[in-house]
Design a protein around this ligand. Structure first.
Ligand SMILES: Nc1ncnc2c1ncn2[C@@H]1O[C@H](COP(=O)(O)OP(=O)(O)OP(=O)(O)O)[C@@H](O)[C@H]1O
Length: 893
């Protein structure tokens, strides 16, 4: 039992010990866990204590970053805003006053908004505060700061004036309280009509006028084609109307009518360049109205509350007046010319027009900004241009020729041009020494023809011949008009011809044969040229020119196109005085024979200065057809050279035998092709030449050309030239000829001339005397009267001479002699009543027509010949009905 007890005790003890041990183990585990948890708690507490500090730092960092980004963004935005403002408001629209000057916009460029100050943005660069005005809207100023308001008005107006170009802005002021005081600095504009004031009580009229302008611009300028002048300018590069800015500074309450008109201007003005700048007058709410409020504590712009603006200082008073003075001076000096290129098609469109039915080209710009066109065709066929000297007639001719030449190719259009006044500006159309180009359409340019009316006549004859050729061709093809002829003969060369004669009255002056024939030819060309594509353009600075035509109403009636330059008289119809009030560089163009209803005013571009013209001419010249020849230039002041004469160059000696019909060239004929006057010297009675007059140089020139041209037709040694010089003044010329003719020439003087006569006369009777040609060139033969009066053998020298004149030509012996007067020649021929039929041809120099009467010239009284320097009258009784004016060739060396 005890054992059992003891066993029991032991078991209990063991169990207790086991339990104790387990408990202890659990306790220590629990204690360890407690410690660990405590430690964790302490750690967590520590960590928790650190969190707010870190989060705050993070938050601050993020905030700082956002601030920085924001500041950079603001800076970027303001920079961009400033740059945009710079673009939106270029040059004078926003420049600082120091160094400010007007900068008119380019052709299609908008004027831009106008700066009045800067917008303030903390920490960023200032942004210009811009107010849209020109082409954009209206400005209403309010607020108690009067001076500040005035600053804004003068800044806006000066910037507008500076952005518009001279005359581009017109101001109307209405300032009933200060009577214009607020705009005093702009007063110089008044001298050019660019600033007008409306007195108290005039507001209604002013607004009515603005509304009327808007209506007119909408109807006639925009004409449904464009929505605004801004659009028109962008599309065409033209701005036909100025901007009109009405500055209304206070006044009484508006009447109902005035209010209504003001509202209309606000709604519709900006599209038509009509703008308001007002203070003390309220404008209706409209997107085009910008409000600027100027209070003593600052200014704000835009719809309330508006953006705060720091206003610019006012423009310096001297800058305002000086700018306005210069603008007014420029406007008073006349409008700047429009560029010549406005008249030209773009290069790729040049020479693309067809002239079958007519020629149309712009000549300038009308008041509505559209081109004013000139047409030549069946109607109107011919043009009359008039304007006093210096009003731009020459320039207009250049502009018209240029506009036509750029559109029509030389196959479609040819020009003939004649200038009767002194000057060489038209010489440019022909090839020159300095400039190798020429206008490919130009066939003939006559300059300095003032004394050579025959040249005008020659041109008219040439055109009459061309008219006949065209009429014949039309008849052959059974058509009547050029357009039809071109249709049935498409490969034919039928360009329209425009003949321009400047100072044409010179051609019709006087009552002589030239004037009569010229008027008849003109009348015929004017009447019939219309349908054959020959158009006349006659210009005159002088009312007498026009009057010269007035006596021929049938002729005048054909000139239905009239162009009157400022102050031109009698070009337009009698009661049409539109030309009297024309500004400089303008013309009235009228295709209704000058009747008032046909008036069109055109502003003519400057076309005649050398650079402007030559740029076009060079372009067209480079486009010329390969076989194009330069225009013939006839310069009345130039002396032609024999060596250059086409007829001289064409002469040549025959390979074998003797030439049967040699010709002596005497000078250049005044005609359209530079032909030479030619005297034929066949074996026929009378084939001798007399040169008559006292002018040594001209007489020598005629004989020299005759001898040299004859020599060119004979092989060396096949003709004989006997030169007798009896006037020492003629010696150098005669000697030079003698030397050049070399072995074929023999020299005689006073001592030996009688021998020449005797030997030549005797030779005529010798058998076989008609062998080789013999030319006697006798310089001042009348001076040998003494030595020729003496007998040589049975006869005197003079008798031998008469015999040579009489019998020589049939034996190839011709006398080409210079007598210093008709009476002296007659004396040598046998006395005043002597026959002159052995002188078959003569050239009269300073010998009046009256002296050439009786047997030397058909009819009575002699030819219509008034001697003039370096000209002669050539008459060959074998071929001429009337004399022919010639220009002797200049010295050969
Ligand atoms: N439309 C124009 N624009 C600018 N300048 C012009 C214009 N027309 C003429 N001029 C200038 O005016 C001056 C006189 O012009 P132009 O020679 O054409 O006159 P004109 O009437 O032919 O005179 P004149 O008969 O005396 O020769 C020239 O210097 C010319 O460059």
């Amino acid at each position: 039992m005890a054992d059992r007890r003891a066993q029991l005790v032991t078991r209990v003890r063991g169990m207790l010990a086991e339990a104790l041990g387990a408990t202890r183990t659990r306790l220590s585990a629990a204690q360890a866990e407690l410690t660990a948890d405590r430690e964790r708690l302490a750690r967590i507490r520590r960590a928790a204590a650190a969190v707010p500090e870190r989060v705050g730092a993070e938050r601050d960092r993020r905030l700082a970053e956002i601030d920085e980004r924001h500041a950079a963004r603001i800076a970027e935005l303001t920079r961009r805003a400033a740059a945009a403002a710079g673009r939106e408001s270029p040059g004078a629209a926003s420049a600082e006053w120091a160094g400010w000057s007007p900068t008119p916009p380019g052709r299609a460029e908008p004027p831009g908004a106008l700066r009045i100050g800067t917008l303030r943005v903390a920490g960023a660069e200032p942004v210009p505060a811009l107010v849209p005005l020109l082409d954009a809207g209206h400005v209403e100023l309010t607020g108690a700061d009067r001076d500040g308001g005035e600053t804004v008005v003068s800044a806006l107006l000066l910037r507008a004036v500076g952005r518009a170009g001279p005359g581009g802005v017109r101001l109307v002021g209405y300032d009933p309280e200060h009577l214009g005081g607020g705009l005093a600095g702009f007063a110089p504009l008044g001298t050019a009509g660019l600033l007008t004031f409306v007195g108290p009580g005039g507001l209604g009229r002013l607004l009515d006028d603005l509304v009327e302008q808007i209506r007119r611009i909408n109807e006639t300028v925009l004409a449904g084609e464009y929505g605004s002048l801004r659009e028109l300018a962008a599309a065409t590069g033209r701005r036909p109307e100025p901007w009109r800015v009405a500055v209304l500074l206070g006044g009484d309450e508006l009447s109902r009518h005035e209010r209504g008109q003001l509202d209309r201007v606000v709604r519709t003005g900006a599209a038509c360049g009509v703008h308001l700048v007002v203070r003390g007058v309220s404008l209706p709410d409209d997107p085009t109205v910008t409000r600027v409020r100027v209070e003593p504590d600052g200014a704000r712009v835009g719809a309330p509350p508006g953006l705060p603006v720091r206003l610019d200082p006012p423009p310096p008073a001297t800058l305002v007046t000086e700018t306005c003075r210069q603008v007014a001076a420029r406007v008073n000096a006349g409008p700047a010319p429009t560029p010549f290129t406005d008249l030209l098609p773009p290069p790729e469109r040049m020479w693309r027009e067809d002239s079958a039915t007519g020629l149309t080209a712009p000549i300038g710009e009308g008041p509505d900004g559209r081109p004013v066109l000139l047409t030549l065709g069946d109607y109107p066929p011919h043009a009359l241009i008039g304007g006093p000297s210096g009003t731009g007639k020459t320039n207009l001719i250049f502009a018209w020729i240029g506009a036509l030449a750029a559109r029509y190719s030389p196959a479609e259009l040819e020009f003939y041009l004649l200038d009767f006044k002194e000057g060489v500006s038209f010489a440019r159309f022909a090839q020159g020494r300095r400039d190798p180009s020429w206008l490919p359409h130009m066939r003939l340019v006559g300059i300095n023809v003032n004394t050579d009316r025959e040249f005008g006549l020659a041109l008219l004859r040439f055109l009459a011949e061309e008219l006949r050729r065209r009429a014949d061709a039309a008849k052959k093809h059974e058509v009547t008009k050029l357009a039809e002829l071109r249709a049935v003969d498409p490969t034919g060369h039928w360009p329209r011809i425009v003949a321009v004669v400047d100072e044409f009255q010179m051609l019709l002056a006087g009552r002589d044969v030239v004037a009569r024939e010229a008027a008849d030819l003109l009348e015929d060309l004017a009447r019939r040229g219309r349908s054959q594509g020959i158009h006349l353009v006659l210009a005159s600075q002088d009312v007498r020119g026009i009057e010269a035509l007035w006596g021929r109403p049938a002729l005048v009636a054909q000139f239905t196109l009239r162009i009157a330059l400022p102050k031109a008289l009698r070009i337009l119809a009698e009661r049409n005085d539109a030309a009297q009030s024309l500004p400089r560089h303008h013309a009235v163009v009228n295709a209704e024979s000058g009747m008032t209803e046909g008036n069109q005013v055109a502003r003519i571009p400057s076309a005649s200065d050398w650079e402007t013209w030559s740029e076009l001419q060079h372009r067209l010249w480079r486009m010329r057809p390969q076989d194009a020849a330069p225009a013939r230039l006839f310069d009345g002041d130039a002396i032609p050279r024999l060596a250059d004469a086409p007829d001289f160059r064409a002469l040549a000696a025959p390979e074998t035998g003797t030439l049967r019909n040699p010709v002596a060239l005497l000078g250049e004929i005044i005609d359209v092709q530079a032909r030479s006057a030619a005297l034929r010297l066949p074996r026929a009675p009378g084939r001798n030449l007399a040169v008559l007059g006292t002018r040594v140089d001209e007489a020598c020139a005629v004989l020299d050309a005759a001898a040299r041209s004859l020599a060119r037709q004979h092989r060396p040694g096949s003709a004989r030239f006997s030169i007798a010089c009896l006037d020492p003044d003629a010696d150098p010329a005669a000697r030079s000829l003698y030397e050049d003719l070399a072995d074929d020439a023999a020299w005689y003087d006073e001592e030996t001339v009688a021998e020449l006569m005797a030997e030549t006369a005797d030779g005529l009777t010798a058998p076989g005397g008609s062998g080789s040609p013999h030319y006697l060139l006798l310089f001042a033969v009348d001076a040998a009267a003494g030595s020729l009066g003496a007998r040589v053998g049975r006869r005197t020298g003079l008798e031998h001479l008469r015999r040579i004149l009489h019998d020589g030509p049939e034996r190839r012996t011709h006398v080409l002699a210079w007598w210093r007067g008709v009476a002296r020649m007659r004396a040598d021929l046998g006395g005043p009543a002597a026959r002159t039929d052995q002188i078959g041809a003569w050239v009269a120099l300073d010998t009046h027509g009256g002296e050439l009467g009786s047997s030397l010239y058909p009819g009575t009284g002699g030819p219509d010949w008034y001697p003039r320097p370096w000209r002669g009258l050539f008459f060959d009784r074998a071929v001429h009905r009337t004399g022919q004016v010639i220009i002797p060739y200049g010295p050969s060396r």
